[in-house]
Design a protein around this ligand. Sequence first.
Ligand code: GLV
Ligand code: MN
Ligand code: MN
Length: 413
Amino acid sequence: MSQTNALRVNGERLWSRLMQMAAIGATPHGGCNRPALSDADMAGRALLSRWAQAAGCHARVDAVGNLFIRRPGRDDALPVVMTGSHLDTQPTGGKFDGVYGVLAGLEVIESLNDQGLTTQHPIELCVWCNEEGSRFPMAMMGSAVWSGRLGLDAALALTDRAGISVRHELQRAGIATDAPLARQPVKASFEVHIEQGPVLEQRTKIIGVVTGVQHMSRHEVLVEGQEAHAGPTPMDMRRDPIRVLADVLPALYAAAAQRGRDARLTVGFIETLPGSPNTVPGRLRFTVDIRHPEAAQYAALREETGRLVRAALQRHALAGEIRCVWEAPGVTFDSGCVAAVREAAEALGFDPLEMVSGAGHDSCNVSAVVPTAMVFVPCAGGLSHNEAESAQPADLSAGANVLLHAMLALAAR
Ligand code: GLV
Ligand code: MN
Ligand code: MN
């Protein structure tokens, strides 16, 4: 066996770094809260940059806050072989979503350093800015700008619920929002991630070869009512926006159920204003996240959601609207990169499962401009976007080894 074939990541170092990163923004129930561009997010990025610097890498940040960590190649003018994910989390996020992909990428670099190996192509580890889209309302933001799918100004203008913009937070962190945004030449890109669903665990598989990502979009519904006293105001004299919610929710769940087990519909945010128990709300805002792996089913569910909301507004004679605030069309990954992942997994003795991702990932945007594929490993009970998210150290090492060898297959020649 050649020196390269025998190469393995250091699983203990990977686990120890995952736990060190999890201490930043740690939550009471064992999870993490590192909203994009918050102090905790910036502290996580600073810790990673210190590790990368100690590993001899050069770090740079682009105008939308993506962080790129570069390990030179033998021919440093060649296109890079890239890997990466995100360090921001959901408000009650886990220790592994995104972070695993970043630290597994760093582990690839460290393992090459340990053996004194230099790849032909340079390697770049990326931390994409605002993948979650839970603070600033557009998921996979940094990779969308990098890939040219979203304008820089549109990203910089996004605001959180307190009205603070991406531009403000980047500048507060000392990031130049007028820095050049040139996309470096990339030969191929790989991302390793926990599955965030139950399939690998149920099938007792350790490695998922991700062939693509399902269609998904996020919609915001606004309904205007009239604030009124909860006691004296007769029911038939109210303009109550919750009437729309009460009609629409069962209809939406029924519409999703009609489209089989693959359909996904989530109402993850509901807000009433002024939010007082004894005032009829003057305004209602809620979100609907819609996903399906089949284009026709996805389009039909999206269309029906709009129709149901508009019909309920009309029925209750209330003003309002539904608008799509974010959409990521389904993706089929590059067959060459998918093959590199499959071959790496098989060479390491795994019997991998080919699967389509239910979650969105920066790789969706990256794959629009660069040959891309992903690796999945199981997480306990398929649970993610939850403080209890957990994964086995051995599975995390396995995924990092598959990432290492898939990257080596493209970077070494
Ligand atoms: C990203 O976490 C998504 O919403 O799939
Ligand atoms: Mn993620
Ligand atoms: Mn996530």
